[in-house]
Design a protein around this ligand. Structure first.
Ligand code: MSP
Length: 533
């Protein structure tokens, strides 16, 4: 048998400087949705996430707490893994930059770059932003002293350091971007990179620090640690065994299909990372997608601004599937959008409890009430334009969802699904099965209506898996087809009419209980105030 097609997707590796917030969950849920989609489509997937554990920021945090940096990050990383577990994040590998194999591989990479003359020793004088672990020149600063990215005050740093010859890549990268139009998405981010950085000309990049210790030591110059972004970006290849004795995963999965990142770190992924890879003589990732931010009260969520929402609280209260749905649905992917408790509760009530939940419970209840739950043998189907319209919509649904998924348009993929789900609800009102049930001669029509409903729900259920991993199984239980792969897998959603006669529906709990919005808003406010104490 031919080898399966491979798909490699990564999230940024997160700083374990604090507990993660819902903004971090946003990237990870999107990447997970894509990874699940590709697996369902038959790809051999490598989904990588992890933590970026070195750097001055972490060292300072640990100092303030009076613990070693390693102890500090160990505790936070345990919490991050718990978070991904309750959010059903199906990563294949979790890399920590403190992992021994990563440390050794980064040391090798650094030495190789030095041996090739891509890194040289000099001294650095400039401004360092600790929250972004980023270097700036005086002219780039905002208000004379602040980081142009995050606005934090920078510190003047003057020290011996190693430089990477980034300056020679300005023109090479412009050409590369133009020859590979899909390398950076959305397209607007490519223009930002060209206009704001490459056309202005890149400067060589300081890639070691000697004023603090918490980093990967440069093997050939004691006292220097590798710049945290070089350490962090390398994770995408070291996680696959690059630089170790076993490179089988690297050989299989590199180059990466998609680095999914927030827009503020597109610069690192599309300028510094490609330049390092070129310097090493390695292929570049196929695509970097810079998505927008989840805003709270109009501002990017961040712990330092104190405007964060804890995903653990939300998941425990409303279920992982509901939070995943909200994150994937609410904000056009690529743009910024606001998180509000009101929009979350509204999505849960309107889309999940009403549209989806009611559709399933009404259908199952009617099948039970009118046919003892058993799907009747199909009668000779009378050509009904209304049914044909529904069948037409559902027959195209899989392709429409795939088109949006392939363009990373998670919200639009869900819009396609909900168009069909809402259409089925309207179909119930139009066909009024309760009226058909009153006359014996309408029984064949009633059976046909319920068939259309069950079959539509089956198809929608089969396509919901990447977004909401738990809900499809609960739907299939109620439809009586749980565990039947041929009726529930992704492929099966492409064919109308598979729901078998004789299948027995079962009443289940509501998929998403309706929430009392006022009460929930008060609850969330109280939780927020308690957390701030
Ligand atoms: N450690 C670096 C990344 C290194 S990758 C080689 C880093 N870490 S971070 O913890 O600050 O995480 C940044 C990423 O978290 C963003 O790029 C984005 O993917 C996600 N988000 C953090 N806050 C976010 C929002 N408010 N909204 C959406 N995504 C957000 O940068």
């Amino acid at each position: 048998m031919a080898d399966k097609k491979t798909y490699y997707i990564s999230t940024p590796i997160y700083y374990p400087s604090d507990k993660l917030h819902i903004g971090h969950s946003y990237t990870t849920v999107a990447a997970d949705c894509m990874a699940r989609y590709k697996r369902l489509k038959g790809y051999d997937v490598m989904f990588l996430t992890g933590t970026d554990e070195h750097g001055l920021k972490i060292e300072k945090k640990a100092d303030a707490k009076g613990v070693t940096p390693k102890k500090y990050v160990d505790d936070i990383v345990a919490g991050i893994k718990d978070l991904w577990s309750i959010m059903d994040i199906s990563y294949d590998k979790f890399i920590r930059t403190t992992d021994d194999y990563h440390v050794k591989a980064v040391q090798k990479i650094f030495k190789e770059l030095y041996d090739k003359g891509e890194i040289y020793k000099s001294y650095y004088e400039g401004y360092y932003c600790t929250p972004c672990e980023s270097f700036w020149t005086k002219t780039q600063l905002k208000d004379g002293c602040r980081c142009p990215d995050c606005g934090a005050e920078t510190q003047l740093a003057k020290e011996d350091c190693y430089f990477f010859r980034l300056s020679k890549y300005s023109k090479i990268l412009i050409d590369y971007f133009n020859e590979h139009p899909d390398f950076i998405s959305p397209a607007s981010r490519k223009n930002e990179m060209i206009v704001n950085f490459l056309e202005k000309g890149l400067e060589d990049l300081c890639v070691s620090r000697s004023t603090f210790k918490w980093g990967i030591p440069v093997t050939f110059d004691e006292g220097h640690v590798v710049y945290v972004w070089v350490d962090a970006l390398s994770n995408y290849i070291t996680a696959l065994g690059y630089g170790s004795d076993d490179t089988s995963l690297y050989d299989k999965f590199w180059p990466c299909d998609l680095h999914l990142v927030g827009k503020e770190i597109v610069r690192f992924h599309t300028i510094i990372w490609p330049a390092i890879l070129m310097a090493l003589g390695l292929p570049l990732p196929k695509r970097v997608y810079g998505h927008g931010w989840l805003l709270l009260n109009g501002d990017k969520m961040s712990k330092s601004k104190g405007n964060v929402v804890d995903p653990v609280v939300l998941v425990n209260k409303y279920s992982s599937d509901a939070i995943r749905y909200y994150l994937l649905r609410e904000v056009p992917f690529g743009s910024d959008g606001s998180f509000t408790p009101e929009s979350l509760l509204n999505r849960i009530n309107a889309d999940l409890a009403n549209d989806l939940g009611n559709l399933v419970s009404r259908t199952v209840s009617m099948q039970i009430k009118y046919f003892g739950g058993v799907c009747p043998a199909p009668a000779e189907r009378k050509a009904e334009p209304l049914d044909d319209e529904i069948i037409g919509l559902f027959s195209e649904l899989k392709t429409n969802v795939e088109t949006q998924m392939d363009a990373l348009q998670f919200p639009l993929a869900l819009t396609e699904l909900w168009k069909c789900i809402s259409r089925l609800n309207k179909y119930i009102d139009e066909t009024a099965p309760w009226a058909l049930a009153k006359n014996e001669e309408d029984k064949p029509r009633l059976a046909q209506v319920l068939y259309v409903l069950c079959e539509g729900i089956r198809i929608a259920g089969a396509l919901l898996g990447p977004f909401m991993p738990r809900t499809p199984e609960r739907i299939f239980e109620q439809l009586g087809i749980a565990g039947n792969d041929g009726l529930t897998n992704w492929e099966s959603a492409g064919t109308w009419g598979l729901y078998p006669e004789g299948t027995v529906c079962k009443k289940g709990d509501p998929l998403f209980p309706r929430l009392d919005v006022q009460k929930e808003l008060e609850d969330l406010e109280r939780i927020k105030l308690e957390a701030a104490k």
